[in-house]
Design a protein around this ligand. Structure first.
Ligand code: FAD
Length: 580
């Protein structure tokens, strides 16, 4: 790859070219690819990972789409684009903690979503996605609107294995669309990360078109291996291995890079507490590293709807679902092809009475049975519901309610400058708890290299804790005092410190354990400014010609998940293919 760069920044002979170049092969990129190919464009999907799917392939496969889908009609559910629009812009819908679901979303973005929602559902069906034969419901829904059930459920029945990093239902959604895209001639360039977007002229003049991208080779090599991981499907893959490539986009570039939460400095622009101690759902399969946002900003793009990133509802930030492993959103499948990167499956908790959670200096800080932020508005959460009526709001001050994350990150005990990170959260339990839960507390179920520790006494356990994010050693005296006090609450039946309802079990039978239980970041709800066509806008509100974006890298839409991604991918793909 040796090209002289012209005045436009695009070499006269780029390494690759397509009408529409899509960055990212997840919930946005795959629908975009199919929609653009359907409209007659040649399409190249550039994906940094060794395989497709991003967060979408790891997901629960719950896809929020309504507005009058065939599934809603089949089950007699009344819905329409207007109902979706009014639901998702209703300022008066507020969670019990006062956090509004829809107030800070951009109305043009929501209008476009509402108008294309049902159409996208049919498009997904036509391109091989299968949803369970049940009425749309609200299971897994966050901020999907009060007036109708809109959650549809894709599925995957084959477990983990080569086809899937974890065997979760999102695999069905992704593999179907991937197969559909390949059948329609979409090419995939895997193992290449977009490193820059090429635009003619300067960002200041505001007229220059986007001409293409640069990309660098990013193979995934597992520890102890030399051969890069291979994708599940290879037909249609461009097998390139040069260090850097330049790719021309004859019509447009679509950003579907999945957001920014894995980029610690980027996420700290919204919330300075989110230091690097916090992991992100979806890692280590895929990282939301803000590369799409940053590349677009470098050529003049604006960010948008930033308030949505700090709303305390839905699943922007979540409690860990598995203990004793860094990547702890859910227990990983032991057969996952990336298990050597994951390192340990983690321990799923059945009963939060089986443990206490302590900060890095060994103090409890919350009621362990309370978890995430309020889930986000969904069908009939408010009943009766009058759109736009301030009486929809039922704000209650509940000092014990759903502020686990705030308690965890706000702690300054033991924290140090310059970041004053809240530090790790450790689950502390004894061997009786291990028996009650049926846990296996050895590798590969737990990661004994920094995320799971054992001691015959509490003092030994505290002394054993060593982890890159532990700013100060935990003292045995502190942990012993915490456990002694908690055990006294079991005797008295009342948690005087944090109100855990009737603490059930003492922590008393050795060996004792400390398992990583630090909360995680989940969603990007703020990103690039787009219009109703999913065109990216600059800091003056002007369209950047030839640049589109959708999904978690796009701003202006507070809703969890794949619905908005699929719809915006669909819109962007169609619009991009229709460019000059
Ligand atoms: C564990 C988990 C469970 C979930 N469950 C649900 C659910 O049940 N229902 C739901 O609606 N949502 C769910 N979600 C959220 C949903 O998966 C995401 O909102 C959605 O996939 C985001 O789509 P996207 O296209 O923006 O990003 P992604 O689907 O993450 O795709 C982005 C892709 O871009 C690639 N990429 C990033 N940067 C570059 C670059 N510079 N160059 C090339 N490629 C790049 C990434 O590798 C990735 O493949 C879940 C998420 C997780 C992690």
């Amino acid at each position: 790859m040796a090209h002289s760069e012209g005045s436009t920044g695009l070499p006269s002979e780029p390494d690759l070219a397509a009408d529409v170049v899509i960055i990212g092969s997840g919930a946005t990129g795959l629908p975009a690819a199919i929609a653009a190919a359907d409209a007659g464009a040649s399409v190249l999907v550039v994906e940094t990972n060794y395989d497709v799917g991003g967060h979408a392939i790891l997901s629960g496969g719950n896809v929020p789409l309504g507005g009058g889908t065939s599934a809603q009609r089949k089950y007699g559910i009344e819905d329409s684009p207007d109902m979706v629009f009014y639901d998702l812009t209703d300022w008066s819908v507020v969670q019990v903690n006062g956090s509004p679901d829809y107030r800070y979303s951009d109305r043009a973005v929501i209008r476009a979503f509402a108008d294309h929602c049902a159409e996208t559902y049919e498009f997904l069906l036509a391109n091989g996605v299968e949803f369970k034969e049940i009425p749309p419901d609200s299971s897994g829904a966050h901020s999907t609107g009060n007036s109708a059930p809109r959650e549809n459920h894709a599925f995957w029945t084959h477990g983990a294995g080569l086809a899937s990093p974890n065997g979760r239902p999102g695999t069905g959604f992704v593999r179907s669309l991937e197969a559909g895209a390949r059948e329609k001639g979409v090419k995939f360039l895997l193992n290449y990360k977009m490193t820059g977007i090429i635009r003619e002229g300067s960002a200041d003049d505001g007229n220059g078109r986007v001409l293409g991208i640069t990309a660098k080779y990013t193979p995934t090599v597992l520890p102890g291996n030399t051969t890069p991981l291979q994708s599940y499907r290879s037909k249609g893959n461009l097998n390139r291995t040069e260090a850097n490539l330049t790719i021309r986009a004859g019509k447009a570039v679509i950003i579907g890079t999945g957001g920014s939460t894995s980029n610690v400095n980027f996420r700290r622009m919204f919330d300075p507490r989110l230091t690097d101690v916090y992991q992100v759902a979806g890692e280590p399969y895929t990282f939301q590293d803000a590369s799409g946002e940053l590349a677009a900003m470098a050529i003049g793009a604006s960010l948008w709807g930033l308030a949505n990133q700090t709303l305390e509802n839905g699943d922007n930030i979540r409690v860990q679902r598995a203990l004793g492993t860094r990547y702890n959103y859910f227990p990983w499948d032991l057969n996952s092809p990336i298990f050597p990167l994951v390192r340990a499956a983690g321990l799923a908790v059945k009963d939060w009475h089986d443990l206490i959670l302590v900060n890095q200096v060994g103090q409890r800080f919350y009621d362990e049975t309370k978890g995430d932020y309020p889930g986000g508005n969904k069908h009939k959460d408010i009943d009766p519901y009058t759109p736009g009526d301030h009486r929809n709001a039922h704000i209650e001050y509940d000092p014990h309610g759903s502020n686990f994350f705030n308690a965890a990150v706000a702690m300054n005990a033991g924290s140090k400058g310059p970041d004053y990170s809240g530090g790790p959260v450790w689950a502390i339990f004894d061997s009786d708890a291990v028996a009650r839960e049926g846990w296996k507390v050895t590798p590969p179920h737990v990661d004994t290299d920094g995320y799971f520790f054992t001691g015959d006494t509490l003092a030994e356990l505290a002394a054993a804790i060593e982890n890159p994010w532990q700013a100060v050693p935990m003292t045995g005296a502190a942990l012993e005092a915490t456990v002694r006090r908690y055990n006294s609450f079991v005797d008295s039946g009342a948690d005087e410190d944090f109100g855990k309802p009737a603490p059930k079990h003492k922590i008393q039978t050795p060996p004792f354990h400390a398992a990583w239980g630090t909360p995680l970041v989940h969603d990007s709800r703020a990103g690039l400014r787009i219009n109703e066509k999913c065109q990216v806008l600059d800091m003056d509100g002007r369209v950047i010609p030839g640049l589109y974006c959708g999904g978690e890298s796009a701003g202006g839409f507070n809703q969890h998940g794949m619905g908005r991604c699929a719809v915006q991918g669909y819109i962007a793909g169609k619009q991009a293919a229709a460019e000059r």
